[in-house]
Design a protein around this ligand. Structure first.
Ligand SMILES: [Zn+2]
Ligand SMILES: [Zn+2]
Length: 402
């Protein structure tokens, strides 16, 4: 990820408690919430709800929610893959329909969130969980930022003509795609069915428009609040992000947030193939038809080592908390496994780097060496996995005796 923060003033203070209320955003957030929880149920009570309304709602939820996940987040903010113009255009159009800001500002704030996770000053994480659940969820949007965080961390993105275009025309695009489109679709369906066009238009506006906006916005907000509050931390405990399958279901796969914060350049959030992550499946499928490419994946050995390091830390914490000494023999055994794991991983990285360099070179005489390297890499990978398994078994055996 590109995060040039050269324009950030080191002396800036995040004094948001005294910052004035942003009435435009606050009115929109609470106004749309009111329309969604009062207007939509009233409409349903008066006119009922059919399969078309439900399908329209779900289609808009997925089109706009996935545009945030795939486009705003993984493509524009993290550059975790490259995408053809139609993919960029569609995610910009439907991303704006969520009324979560233009992609440029969204990406800038999210890059600050990653760079300064949990930090509350000099410069700051815009929705630091340290300031409480509500602040992380939506409270951060209710006041102006004092001082504003500079946009110097998205200069790379501003060069994309489509992103610049969406930034310039954000409001008309958001209104057109987010409210006018579902209203028109509702009216069009009613006209086709020969029922009241006005009622059809109102249904589209309230259910696939307002209710859907509130649903998708709060799904995004949950990533900043719930994904920094509940779940496991298998990869990194030094910051508050967490992995939760439950949150992943609610957020189009973004709930594996501890993995994402640790390996933010990876196009996947749910790293296992069964992890619920529609964003990952769509990006991968699009790569098969040439609409996305250069998908960035963290090597499984790097992920394995991150998990082992966290296990080491957790073991130390548990032993410290229980104020007990592991048997001397056990400590020696674990230390030895630690050392062998580190050495094997280092060897893996050296071999992999040599292999990657040689693989680019297509000269015939390199082929033999490439074959040797491939063989050696296979062996080192196997050793690394065996050592990791041995480490886990030894650790479990020791802890059961503690
Ligand atoms: Zn986060
Ligand atoms: Zn992110």
């Amino acid at each position: 990820m590109i995060t040039d923060l050269s324009g950030v003033d080191d002396k800036m203070e995040a004094n948001q408690t005294q910052a004035p209320i942003n009435w435009t955003t606050a009115s929109f957030l609470f106004g749309s919430l009111l329309v969604a929880i009062v207007g939509a149920p009233l409409y349903i009570w008066r006119y009922g709800v059919g399969w078309f309304d439900l399908g329209h709602f779900v289609a808009m939820v997925y089109a706009t929610g996935l545009s945030i996940t795939i486009g705003y987040h993984r493509l524009f903010t993290h550059r975790s893959f490259e995408a053809a113009r139609p993919v960029r255009l569609l995610t910009l159009l439907f991303g704006a329909a969520t009324f979560e800001a233009a992609a440029l500002g969204w990406a800038s704030e999210h890059r600050y969130h990653h760079r300064y996770t949990d930090r509350d000053g000099n410069p700051y994480d815009p929705h630091s969980i340290e300031r409480g659940f509500f602040h992380a969820h939506m409270g951060w949007l209710l006041r102006y930022r004092v001082p504003e965080l500079p946009r110097s961390n998205v200069e790379d993105l501003a060069k994309d003509p489509l992103v610049a275009w969406q930034d310039r025309w954000y409001l008309p695009i958001a209104l057109g795609m987010g409210l006018a489109l579902p209203t028109a679709v509702g009216a069009g369906y009613a006209a086709w069915q020969g029922t009241s066009i006005g009622v059809g238009a109102l249904g589209g506006f309230l259910i696939a428009g307002c209710l859907r906006i509130v649903f998708v916005q709060h799904a995004t907000f949950l990533i900043n609040s719930l994904s920094h509050t509940i779940g496991r931390q298998p990869y990194d405990t030094s910051q508050s992000s967490r992995d939760s399958a439950l949150v992943a279901v609610l957020t189009f796969g973004e709930g594996y947030h501890n993995f994402h914060h640790t390996f933010q350049a990876d196009y996947r959030n749910g790293v296992r193939f069964w992890h619920w992550d529609p964003g990952k499946w769509i990006i991968w499928t699009l790569s098969k038809v040439g609409l996305t490419w250069d998908l960035r994946r963290t090597r499984s050995e790097t992920i394995l080592m991150a998990k082992i390091r966290q296990r080491r830390l957790r073991l130390e914490e548990r032993v410290d908390a229980a104020q007990i000494d592991l048997p001397a023999q056990a400590s020696v055994l674990l230390r030895d496994l630690d050392r062998r794991l580190d050495e094997t991983y280092l060897r893996f990285r050296q071999l992999y780097s040599e292999y990657s360099k040689l693989a680019k070179d297509r000269l015939a005489e390199r082929r033999e060496r490439l074959g040797e390297l491939r063989e050696e890499l296979r062996g080192v990978r196997r050793t690394l996995r065996e050592l990791a398994r041995e480490y886990r078994v030894t650790e479990r055996r020791l802890l059961s005796g503690v």
